[in-house]
Write a protein of this length. Structure first.
Length: 762
């Protein structure tokens, strides 16, 4: 929200009160409390009337500074904040002089200037990260638009801002206005299903605005050298998170707000759905599954979308017996084909559903302020919305899902959760509906994931569309409604990069686009992109997304890239496990992996899967693509195209043309990628038959490798050393069986057992 009219004027009706000095600083054991006046205090008369702002500086985690700003402390309802499940009470160091006070937590400190001239300076060691300067901290009165608190933090020359949740607008957020409110807007606009009030900059720090309710960001768009964030009301809370690298920032963010558990290995395989508005029944679904098998197209999960239930009755959690007369027997038959089963759900109950009257009677739904059930026609006619703040309602909802799990479902697609009213309603626990709007999706996903964890254990996974900050604790998420175009494919990637940079380890999207019918070129290029993502799903709205209905070559593309992903699983699943331990996502923006390469600061059409694989989806019908290969570092080796073996030097751009069985997919120099033996499924013994593929390892250098265990954790870990043409692999933890080394297509003899393999390359 913009409060000013240019540099000097205010918007009509705005009265702005800016922090002018730290009049008093109180030092406590774990915090500094600052009384900030909004005018210089030159004599006692200046102490009359207000406003003043109370600014509390503390730390919820080493390397993180929390700033809590309050105007009135008692006249407003308590604010809801982001779940900080990893918060601790770290020891802090407080020092004071006559002119400054400083609080230090780990590597980060905040310094407040005493006396006239407001200033907060955030440092990592001696390096200034950002600051709140003149007219940075403000209390705004704006008549009918209400009171607001804003903060403005400085941006340095060349500083870029990223993140803010799954946003489909340009990857670099400078110049954008971002409203932090979950909405069902699709991927073609500035709205977002997954808002996260966190931004990362290329200077190696991040800012988390610790608010559940709507936050408005002006990212260099009101004051071009500042990021402004504001909230209506009498308070504002934010955290500055130290690096020094972007990876370290994301790791600290997720240590504070929670990390993703490891999704089951089978979930990394190909998902296929019945699509949304297409007509389907058991015969149709079975035909698609059998045809995939006949064409040797590996399939791991089959998803039944909305119409597994009867129209007008979503959600009643009952199979539509007209199309699915024996659902339990059907699911047993599908399980016998080696498939997992996903069912679509949402948190709404239609008026025609048999469950509606029960929910009204028992008070399980969000209510209007007059005590009656809130209803709307915006999705299902007359629907009500389950109130997950009511423990009994939550258990009721979970009970229906428990019944579905018992009859053969394996997981749920938790759709919707954004169309939640914020006015004229009440919650069971008394939460402010404005504060609950964004958090609703978090409670919804948590309720479903919690049940799956109880029943399925380590196999628990949801496929969620909406969420909020800290929602990475309930994986996995997909990008929502996109169009069947190259432009929408690119905007989907921008959304994924923004979300993973905001702390989400796993992310997916609708291969081929959701709306419309994908032209063959779009469909085949999206298959490549989709299979080189953490999770991969064929899904659409009004047409079946099976490849043979697009063209025959689509079957070849799907087969090649699904099998490729399966062979990469020993590496990918190890990176997935690493993400659960460190918070660093599987899909990484180039900035995260190469923060010192300035060419990577703006790249949004390519990314890395872990540190060893670079992926550049093709967004043209002709197959033309531009890809940047970063500087290769001290090793000096070239990048290797994973499919062709071609080598290219780092530190420059390349123009390439790829047919539909190829794409820019490069292995980093000096890397070792564990290559699996299995092509037909994603979940297998990754430690058996493994080939350690070595890419441009410099003479005398060492490179580490990790092989995942299919059940989670590490099956084997070790190093590879090169001495001239001799390569020695040493397994330092765990064990490999029937394993070998490979360099430039040449493979060593297979070692059945043993912790060390030495091979003289011919």
């Amino acid at each position: 929200m913009k409060f000013t009219d240019g540099q000097w004027m205010l918007q009509p009706g705005v009265a702005a009160h800016y922090a002018a000095e730290a009049y008093e600083v109180e030092a406590h054991e774990d915090r500094l409390v600052v009384l900030a006046t909004t005018r210089p205090i030159k004599h006692r008369g200046d102490t009359l009337q207000g406003p003043t702002l109370t600014v509390t500086l503390s730390s919820p985690l080493p390397g993180v500074i929390r700033v809590s700003i309050e105007h009135y402390t008692a006249c407003s309802a308590p604010r809801l904040h982001i779940p900080m499940v990893g918060a601790t009470q770290p020891a802090v160091q407080i020092t004071q002089t006559d002119t400054h006070a400083r609080l230090t937590s780990g590597a980060i400190s905040v310094e407040v200037k005493k006396g006239e001239g407001w200033g907060l300076v955030f440092r990592e060691g001696d390096r200034v990260l950002t600051r709140s300067d003149w007219r940075g901290l403000g209390y705004i009165q704006w008549g009918a638009k209400g009171n607001h608190v804003h903060e403005q933090l400085a941006l340095a020359v060349g500083e870029n801002v990223y993140g803010l949740g799954e946003r489909f607008t340009p990857w670099v957020k400078n110049g954008q206005v971002v409203e932090n409110t979950n909405k069902d807007g699709g991927t073609a606009c500035e709205q977002a299903y997954k808002n996260v009030p966190f931004y990362l900059t290329n200077r190696g720090y991040g800012v988390l605005v610790n608010e559940a309710g709507p936050v408005s960001f002006e990212v260099g768009s009101e004051k071009v050298a500042r990021v402004q964030f504001s909230r209506e009301g009498e308070s504002l809370d934010y955290c500055v998170i130290a690096g020094p690298t972007p990876k370290a920032v994301v790791s600290r963010l997720t240590a504070l707000t929670g990390r993703a558990p490891l999704p089951p290995a089978w979930s990394f395989g190909l998902w296929m759905t019945t699509s949304f508005t297409t007509k389907y029944d058991e015969a149709t679904a079975t035909h698609f599954i059998d045809e995939m098998a006949r064409r040797e197209l590996p399939l791991s999960v089959f998803h039944f979308d909305c119409f597994w239930m009867r129209e007008f009755q979503w959600c009643d959690f009952e199979w539509d017996r007209r199309g699915f007369p024996e659902p339990e027997a059907m699911l047993k038959r599908l399980h016998a084909k080696g498939l997992k089963i996903s069912l679509w759900i949402n948190p709404y109950v239609a008026q025609k559903s048999p469950l509606f009257a029960e929910g009204v009677r028992e008070g399980y739904f969000i209510k209007r302020t007059d005590g009656r059930t809130f209803q709307t026609d915006q999705w299902q006619p007359g629907m009500a919305i389950v109130d997950f703040t009511n423990p009994t309602a939550k258990a009721w909802y979970q009970g229906h899902l428990r019944r579905l799990l018992a009859t053969g479902a394996d997981c749920f697609k938790t759709d919707f959760g954004e169309r939640i009213p914020s006015e004229g309603v009440t919650y069971f626990d008394g939460s402010d509906p404005v504060e609950m709007h964004n958090l609703y999706a978090l409670h919804y996903n948590e309720a479903v994931f919690e049940l799956l964890k109880e029943v399925q254990g380590s196999d628990a996974i949801v496929f969620a569309r909406s969420t909020y900050a800290s929602g990475q604790r309930f994986p996995v998420h997909w990008g929502g409604d996109c169009w069947s175009t190259f432009e929408s494919m690119a905007e989907s990637l921008r959304g994924g990069l923004s979300l993973t940079t905001s702390g989400f380890a796993f992310w997916s999207h609708d291969i081929g686009g959701f709306e419309g019918n994908p032209p063959p070129a779009v469909y085949k290029r999206w298959i490549q992109f989709g299979l080189m993502s953490s999770h991969s799903r064929l899904h659409g709205s009004s047409s079946y997304r099976v490849p043979w209905l697009v063209d025959e070559e689509s079957c070849d593309v799907l087969r090649v890239f699904t099998r490729l992903k399966h062979q990469l699983m020993p590496y990918l699943f190890a990176k997935a496990y690493e993400a659960t331990e460190t918070g660093v996502p599987l899909m990484r923006a180039m900035l995260l992996e190469h923060p010192d390469d300035p060419a990577c600061a703006t790249l949004d059409r390519q990314y890395q899967l872990g540190e060893s694989l670079l992926v550049a989806p093709v967004f043209t019908e002709t197959g033309d693509v531009e890809v940047y290969l970063p500087e290769s570092g001290a090793g000096g080796g070239a990048w290797t195209h994973l499919l062709s073996g071609q080598k290219k030097a780092g530190g420059r751009w390349y123009r390439e043309t790829h047919d539909f069985l190829s794409m820019p997919l490069y292995a980093a120099p000096g890397s070792v990628i564990a290559w699996g033996v299995e092509t037909e499924r994603p979940d297998y013994d990754y430690a058996r038959g493994t080939v350690l593929r070595i890419f441009e390892l410099a003479d005398g250098a060492n490179a580490s490798f990790v092989v995942a265990a299919v059940g989670g954790g590490i099956a084997a870990r070790g190093t590879v050393k090169r001495e001239g043409s001799r390569f020695t692999a040493q397994v330092g933890e765990g064990a490999l069986r029937d394993w070998a080394l490979e360099v430039d297509g040449q493979r060593s003899p297979v070692l059945a057992e043993g912790a060390s393999l030495t091979w003289q390359r011919g």
